[in-house]
Ligand binder design. Sequence first.
Ligand SMILES: Nc1ncnc2c1ncn2[C@@H]1O[C@H](COP(=O)(O)OP(=O)(O)OP(=O)(O)O)[C@@H](O)[C@H]1O
Length: 629
Amino acid sequence: MTMRLIRPEDWRPSGIDDLEPAAWNALRHAGSACVVAGPGAGKTEFLAQRADYLLETGLCRAPHRVLAISFKTDAANNLASRVRKRCPPEFAHRFVSVTFDAFTKSLVDRFLNAIPTDWRPTRPYEIAFPKRKAVEGFLTLARLSAPPEWQAEIAGYSAGDFEAKIVGSYRLPMGPIAPQNAAEFTIARWWATQLQPAQPSLLTFIGINRLAERLLRANPHIRRALVATYPFVFVDEFQDTTYAQYDFLHSAFSGGQTIITGVGDDKQRIMVFAGARQDAFQRLQADFGGARFPLLFNFRSSPDLVAIQHIVARALDPNTVPTVAQTARQVDGDVAQVWSSQTIAAEAAHLAQWIANDIATRGRAPRDYALLVKQKSDDYEHELAGAFAVHGLRIRNESHALGKTSLQDLLSDDLSRLAIAIFRLGATRRAPTAWQLVSSSVLALRATGQDDDARAAKVEAELSAFLTALRTDMAAAAPSRQSAADFVRRVFEYLDLGAIARTYAEYGVGDLLQIILEAFCIHFFASADGAPNWTACLDAFEGVNQIPMMTVHKSKGLEYDTIIFVGLDDRAWWAHTPGDPEGVAAFFVALSRAKQRAIFAFCQQRGNRNNVAELYQLLTDAGVPEIAI
Ligand SMILES: Nc1ncnc2c1ncn2[C@@H]1O[C@H](COP(=O)(O)OP(=O)(O)OP(=O)(O)O)[C@@H](O)[C@H]1O
């Protein structure tokens, strides 16, 4: 089908009134760009509009595509769905939104045989998530078996970022590594643990990234095809780009043909501990000629909160330019407060009472609030859940671990969403959005071509029959662990795990499918346990009407009417040393999730506030009052 193209000068944004002037300049810029913008500047919206602009004007003409790379699955999904809302389907299908890991993995999986033999993993391979202790053990053994002159250097490696920094920045040679120094010696041993002879390879995502990079260097024709397919590449949260990821981008897309748009905010750089580069934007400027476009609007937070954010922003970067709030204030009184309490019980009771009251008086939903913590969300959940239950409030702990993944990742996983949509259709007759998702997914799983109407009709008839039977049986069986297990088996058998692995690249190889299935079962069985009916079980699974709780790291990119940060004390911030920019950045990320109100809870029973005194000082400087509760 040929669609009419719009002349670039006639193009207008869709779904929003306008863009700020700097965003217009960045959107129209013909070369690579660094779009640096503070919280709430609409970076995701900007990328969606730029995709729409490139596709609808024909600047990115069929069969060329726009590739958007994000770090997290939910960010990739959000961007994809925003483009689908903004852009006609004829164009939107040439917008490819993936995570870094899914993208490099799909290259490795597709072209595994083109990886040089010394580095070629087995098919299938497994995915490893080494724990810190395991890395410590590895480093100790590596040091002991290293030549004496390299041992001191190896002793200096940190288990926290050894792989991200040292393995991640190392380019694999064509053949085996012949170690010339301590780093190469340790890297060679690390790879030996991933690619062991005569057993399935056990790869980390950093390892997969390195193999993808090696693959492209070894096979210029694959690289050429990639570059020809994607003349435009977007990278979200560019400030968090790791050594490996940057090196991959460089190998894949440098050379002048690809236009890269990196968006992000240096003040929200909180992944350095995990191996993010500190100079990602500078590299983009130097290696890709990226022009810098600072954005100045804040569409999220009220003017009073933006003023407080600016005080913290200045602590991170004295040259920060004030941003201009675009959203009006909706609450009376203070927009930010510090609440101090003596006991955890008193704090929990006050928080619960206050939220319940605020929901009632302002007519808000539990999802408008978020409980943010630095780490160990499970501990806080246990401490608060009882007091919240007294007011009929439930907490959805998104950072809660489910097997090898987290609740947040499970809830944003495509397969999990598909299975839940099927259960929704089993629990109620009317669920139009669920039906849409399920029917389109099942058609894809059964490999039904767009023009094959007869086959599509047959697949839909089978689906209807399956759902009718499921509905009858779910109506006859109350939710319990046992009945949930039976239905889960039935739904996944119907979906067909083999077809899932064939259809969706991310589940094709390795154990992601296993990880999601395990997490799904744990969470689904727990949600069924004691639920009065299946709708209640599904609501519990999805956390409908629950108050989200998560770590600051999981809150990146999200926004809530009111955020309550619990545990602003030395114990929770044990790794923070005064002056450490990463701690201040985490504080900034938390504060800037709030649209209308930010509350910081300090409880004496939890810890002191010496190391974090500077964070309180920033709040004091911003005029935030402290109130005893
Ligand atoms: N041009 C615009 N006009 C109106 N609203 C907008 C515009 N751009 C973004 N928004 C809205 O502003 C809010 C913040 O946008 P978004 O989440 O994309 O910000 P961000 O730059 O990614 O922020 P952060 O870095 O804090 O995650 C969203 O609710 C979004 O819908």
